[in-house]
Ligand binder design. Structure first.
Ligand SMILES: C[S@@+](CC[C@H](N)C(=O)[O-])C[C@H]1O[C@@H](n2cnc3c(N)ncnc32)[C@H](O)[C@@H]1O
Length: 196
């Protein structure tokens, strides 16, 4: 049996985690598939902020947003490293999920990719914006040169996080060591930290 693609698994984890009315971020909106998924999952009483640096991605996502009729989405053509400045302060510490799908725009210019420096700055902000029960998901692609360096940097960053963050990574072994990786991060419930 073919393994479940990790992008599908990320959606499944988020679908189980998110509730109608939740606030979420798509940190790399690309063609808008993840944005539409998040928007449909949180529903019209929720809200989604979505970021991408490329005009082509914002245009494709705006088209998808309008076709889907999900008006509770704000698309921003700025780096995800600006997310803390973009999201109003009253939502800081209240987000239920932040989703990163790193790499290049499918169907776009493959030389324009997410970078370790911007990604790590954004990941730091994402952890600050999430609520105590919030979930961070990151799809990493070590199979292309920029992605390999970025994957290593993100892994090192995650290893350096305080113990109250639980970090898990999954990779489909059948697809080899350069295949996509799904990293999830959430805060451990306080009680588990008190246990010797
Ligand atoms: C793999 S695609 C995302 C796929 C998307 N989530 C979807 O559902 O179609 C990665 C995207 O990250 C974007 N990107 C690159 N650097 C970025 C940055 N600093 N901030 C936000 N997005 C960035 C790229 O332009 C590209 O569109």
């Amino acid at each position: 049996m073919r393994p479940v693609p990790l992008t599908t698994l990320a959606h499944e984890l988020l679908r189980q985690h998110l509730q109608p009315g939740d606030f979420a971020i798509d940190a790399t909106v690309g063609n808008g598939h993840d944005m539409e998924f998040l928007a449909r999952t949180v529903g019209p009483s929720g809200f989604v902020w979505a970021f991408d640096t490329q005009e082509q991605a914002i245009a494709a996502s705006e088209y998808r947003r309008s076709q889907a009729g999900v008006n509770w989405v704000q698309l921003q053509q700025v780096s995800h490293s600006q997310m803390k400045a973009v999201i109003p302060e009253k939502y800081h510490g209240k987000l239920a999920a932040v989703m990163f799908n790193l790499g290049y725009l499918p169907g776009g210019d493959k030389s324009i990719t997410t970078t370790a420096t911007e990604t790590i700055a954004a990941l730091e902000q994402a952890l600050m914006l999430l609520s105590a029960t919030g979930l961070l998901t990151v799809m990493l692609y070590p199979g292309h040169p920029a992605g390999a360096a970025e994957t290593q940097a993100v892994r090192e960053w995650a290893q350096g996080l305080p113990a109250f963050f639980e970090v898990q990574t999954q990779q489909n072994a059948e697809r080899g060591p350069l295949s996509a990786i799904l990293m999830t991060i959430h805060k451990r419930p306080e009680s588990t930290l008190d246990t010797p």
